[in-house]
Design a protein around this ligand. Structure first.
Ligand SMILES: C[S@@+](CC[C@H](N)C(=O)[O-])C[C@H]1O[C@@H](n2cnc3c(N)ncnc32)[C@H](O)[C@@H]1O
Length: 286
């Protein structure tokens, strides 16, 4: 499942990006509660300038822009052209937000310009996270703050633990490297602390934030489960594991994931636990 940087950039600009756009409404609904917890941790104030890293289709930026108001500013940076296009299309004309299609780990950013470095699930994909955070830190004002939300490990996230367990034995998968760039690479809070400390941040505080969220909804329970299965197999690590598999393997994997999800509660929905870390840190004052 490990991908190299160039593959990942191509992926976010190709099939992954397009599928994220297609599933945007449900993905936003899943991320909303976690993103809100990160926004509260960031505590954006009127007039502040925010850098939203890996902003995707831009839901978090809309919320941030509302908090900083017309006198503030949100710069959205994302490596994916289709996702930034979606974010642009959703932004109200009068929202004080700017857009940049770029790799945040190396993008040219104004120095000492931002009050807040924010991300909702967008900072786990860097090849060299320490270098990336050191680079992004230079865009923060002295004393500027960091607030982001990231997933903890797969063992704690049923939305990935259940389908991964279900397809084990059907689809050949290398054992996942917990530190390889990807959604779970910040699963270990000690690793996050090491990365942020080495990148020059202080006052690091990491708090668990867990919630049960709806991974599928529909007119019937079956429709809700079908929606969750389709999204799980089309977006994220499992989509890559299944990409080159023959139809019979894909069909068996789909049936196995469906059976695993059927154990989750919900009436016309499919409620699954998500486990995240809310991370706060500070750029030293001088
Ligand atoms: C899991 S999605 C989260 C998107 C969005 N923040 C949200 O919550 O809906 C991760 C996002 O990070 C972006 N991304 C990945 N690597 C990046 C990089 N090196 N620089 C900027 N954006 C990146 C992807 O294109 C994708 O939009």
């Amino acid at each position: 499942m490990a991908q190299h940087n160039a593959d990942r950039v191509a992926d976010w600009n190709g099939q992954s990006g397009e599928r994220w756009v297609a599933h945007q409404a449900r993905l936003d609904a899943i991320a909303a509660m976690f993103g809100q917890a990160a926004i509260e941790a960031a505590a954006p104030a009127t007039g502040e300038r925010v850098l939203d890293v890996g902003c995707g289709a831009g839901a978090s930026t809309l919320a941030l822009a509302a908090r900083v108001g017309a006198g503030g500013q949100v710069l959205r940076v994302d490596i994916s052209e289709p996702l930034i296009a979606r974010a642009r299309a959703r932004a109200p004309q009068d929202t004080p937000a700017l857009f940049r299609v770029a790799d945040a780990s190396s993008a040219e950013l104004p120095e000492g310009a931002f009050d807040i470095l924010f991300s909702r699930f967008g900072v786990m994909f860097f090849d060299d996270p320490t270098k990336a955070f050191a680079h992004m830190r230079r865009a923060l004002k002295p004393g500027g703050r960091v607030a982001f939300v990231c997933w903890r490990g797969t063992a704690e996230n049923d939305w990935m633990r259940l389908p991964m367990g279900a397809i084990k034995g059907i689809v050949p998968m290398a054992p996942p490297d917990p530190e390889a760039p990807g959604p779970f690479s910040f699963g270990d809070p000690e690793r996050i602390t090491r990365i942020l400390t080495a990148a020059g941040f202080t006052d690091i505080a990491i708090t668990p934030f867990d919630a049960s969220v709806s991974f599928g909804e529909g007119a019937t329970r079956d429709a809700a489960i079908d929606g969750a299965v389709k999204m799980t197999l089309e977006v994220g690590p499992l989509s890559r594991a299944l990409a080159d598999q023959p139809d019979d393997i894909r069909a068996r994997a789909l049936a196995a994931v469906r059976a695993a999800f059927a154990s989750c509660p919900g009436e016309r929905s499919l409620m699954i636990n998500g486990a995240t870390s809310i991370v706060k840190a500070r750029n030293p004052a001088s």
